[in-house]
Write a protein that binds this ligand. Structure first.
Ligand code: GDP
Ligand code: IMO
Ligand code: MG
Length: 428
C-alpha cells in the first residue's frame, strides 16, 4: 500500500491543504515533515472554513492519524492553540502524534527572526516572523532544543543556557535588545511537558510499522519547491527542504518506500515575500488574479504577488521531486480572461533557455517568453468532469500538461471540498 508525498510546485499557497483534504478520507496517516507555523492552509468544508498552520491538513478527516514528524519545527504554544481551536469546532485531534526528535521554536527564535529581518533592511527575505529560520539554524548548529528535551529538566536547562550564551551577546550588543533569561524559557517549556506527553513518540518507527501493516500514508509538504533551502530561489527561501526528499529525511521513511509524488500547482503563479519571480504582473491582470483568486496570505494576511503560469518552473519541480501527478488548482480564477499568457521558456541576456537557470543572477535576469492561449467565460465551478469544461479550458489544461513534465490528474475549479475534476485516481 502506498506512501504518497504531496508537495508545492511553485512558491507556496498552491492549494496543498485542499488537495490533502481531498485525499484525507482515503488515507490512514497524514504526516507533516517540514516547516512549522509559517505554513497557512485554508480548507473549506461546506460552510466551514479552517485555517491550519502547524497541524497537517489531514487532521480534518475523521479516522486519520495526523503526525508531526522530526523535520518540523514546533512552536508548542501555537500547537496547543490550534488543537484547542479545532476541538472547539468539533474536530477530533486526539490521535495526533508528535516526534520526540522535532525541534522546538522558542521566544528567542521568534525575536531573532524579527530583529535579523529588520537588520537586513532592503535585503530582507520577508519571512513570516514565526522563528522558523533561527530554529532551523540552531538545529544545524547543534544547539537546538528538541521535543524530547522538555521531559528532562536538567538537560533542558543546560541546552537553553548553552543556546542563549551567544545569542544574548548578539541581542544586546548587535541588535540593541534586552537579554533573554534562560530560566524564563525553561519554565515556559517545562510547563508544556505534561500536556505534550501523551502525543509524543518515535514517529519514524510508527510510520515504518504503519507502512509494513499496509496502511496508506500521505506526506504533506509545507511551503514549496521554489522555497526549498537547497533547490529554491536561495536566499529568498524558507529554511527547510520542502521538496520530496524532505519527506524522507523529515520523517525517517526510506526513499524506496515512496510510491507516488503529487505536485500541487496553481493555474497561474503567486509568491509572498521577497525574491525573483519572472512572470510577476504589475498591471491590472495581476490585480485581476489577486482579486479573483483572493490572493492574500493565510498566515500573515499579506497580498500575494501574482503572475502567469511558468512552465519552466513546473518542469523543474517535476524533475526535482519526481512528480508522478499534478493537481492543477484554481483554474476557475482564470475564467473571464480573453487570453491567458503562459511562460514557455525564458530569455536570459538575449538567449532562449528552457530550464530554470542555476545561477541566481541569470534567474534574476530571466524574461519570460509567453505563448497566449484563448480564455473562456463560462462559470466552471460546478463542473465535475473534464469533458464538461469549456473547450478553451480543456485546451489550456492539456497545453500545461504537455509542457510541465507530468500528467495533470486533478483540476481545482473552486475553493470547496467538492470543487474538483479528477482525471486519474491519485491513490490507486
Ligand atoms: P496551501 O498553503 O498550499 O495549502 O494553500 P493556501 O490555503 O494558502 O492557499 C490556497 C487558497 O486557494 C485557499 O484559500 C483555498 O481555499 C483556495 N483554493 C484551493 N483550491 C482552489 C481552487 O481550485 N479554486 C479556487 N478558487 N480556490 C481554491
Ligand atoms: P504554505 O505551506 C508561501 C515564505 C515567506 C518568506 C520565505 C521565508 O502555506 O504554502 P519563513 O518564515 O519560512 O522563514 O519565510 O518563505 N513562506 C511562504 N510563502 N506559503 C508558505 O507556506 C510559506 N512559508 C514561508 O513569505 O518569503
Ligand atoms: Mg498557504
Amino acid at each position: 500500500m502506498p506512501a504518497i508525498v504531496l508537495i508545492g510546485a511553485q512558491w507556496g499557497d498552491e492549494g496543498k491543504g485542499k488537495a490533502t483534504d481531498l485525499l484525507g478520507s482515503r488515507v490512514d496517516y497524514v504526516v507533516k515533515f517540514n516547516g512549522g507555523n509559517n505554513a497557512g492552509h485554508t480548507v473549506v468544508v461546506g460552510d466551514e472554513k479552517y485555517a491550519l498552520h502547524l497541524l497537517p491538513s489531514g487532521i480534518l478527516s475523521p479516522g486519520v492519524t495526523p503526525v508531526i514528524a522530526n523535520g518540523v519545527v514546533v512552536d508548542v504554544e501555537v500547537l496547543f492553540e490550534e488543537i484547542d481551536a479545532l476541538s472547539e469546532r468539533g474536530v477530533d485531534v486526539s490521535r495526533l502524534k508528535v516526534s520526540l526528535n522535532a525541534h522546538v521554536i522558542t521566544a528567542y527564535h521568534r525575536t531573532l527572526d524579527k530583529v535579523t529581518e529588520r537588520f537586513l533592511g532592503k535585503r530582507q527575505i520577508g519571512t513570516t516572523g514565526r522563528g522558523i529560520g533561527p530554529a532551523y539554524a540552531d538545529k544545524i548548529n547543534r544547539v537546538g532544543i528538541r521535543v524530547q528535551d522538555l521531559f528532562d529538566e536538567n538537560i533542558l536547562r543546560q541546552k537553553v543556557e548553552g543556546a542563549l550564551d551567544q545569542k544574548n551577546h548578539m541581542l544586546v550588543k548587535v541588535y540593541n535588545r534586552r537579554a533573554i533569561e534562560a530560566e524564563e524559557i525553561v519554565t515556559e517549556l517545562l510547563g508544556y511537558a505534561e500536556r505534550l506527553r501523551p502525543m509524543v513518540t518515535d514517529t519514524a518507527l510508527l510510520l515504518h510499522q504503519a507502512l509494513d501493516a499496509g496502511k496508506t500514508v500521505l506526506f504533506e509538504g509545507g511551503q514549496a519547491t521554489m522555497l526549498d533551502v537547497d533547490h529554491g530561489t536561495y536566499p529568498f527561501v524558507t529554511s527547510s527542504n520542502a521538496t520530496s526528499g524532505g519527506a524522507v529525511t523529515g520523517s525517517g521513511i526510506a526513499p524506496n518506500r515512496i510510491d507516488r509524488v503529487i505536485g500541487v500547482v496553481k493555474a497561474y503563479t503567486t509568491r509572498v515575500g521577497s525574491g525573483p519571480f519572472p512572470t510577476e504582473l504589475f498591471d491590472e491582470s495581476g490585480e485581476y488574479l489577486r482579486a479573483n483568486g483572493v490572493e492574500f496570505g493565510t498566515t500573515t494576511g499579506r497580498p500575494r504577488r501574482c503572475g502567469w503560469y511558468d512552465a519552466p518552473i513546473a518542469r523543474y519541480t517535476a524533475r526535482i521531486n519526481g512528480v508522478t501527478d499534478f493537481v492543477l488548482t484554481k483554474l476557475d480564477v482564470l475564467t473571464g480572461l480573453a487570453e491567458i499568457p503562459v511562460c514557455v521558456a525564458y530569455s536570459v541576456d538575449g538567449v532562449r533557455v528552457e530550464d530554470v537557470p542555476v545561477s541566481q543572477s541569470d534567474f534574476h535576469h530571466a524574461v519570460p517568453i509567453y505563448e497566449n492561449f484563448p480564455g473562456w467565460t463560462e462559470d466552471i465551478t460546478d463542473v465535475r468532469t473534464f469533458e464538461e469544461l469549456p473547450h478553451a479550458a480543456q485546451n489550456y489544461v492539456l497545453a500545461l500538461e504537455s509542457m510541465s513534465g507530468s500528467r495533470v490528474s486533478a483540476i481545482g475549479v473552486g475553493p470547496d471540498r467538492e470543487a474538483i475534476v479528477v482525471r486519474h485516481d491519485l491513490i490507486d
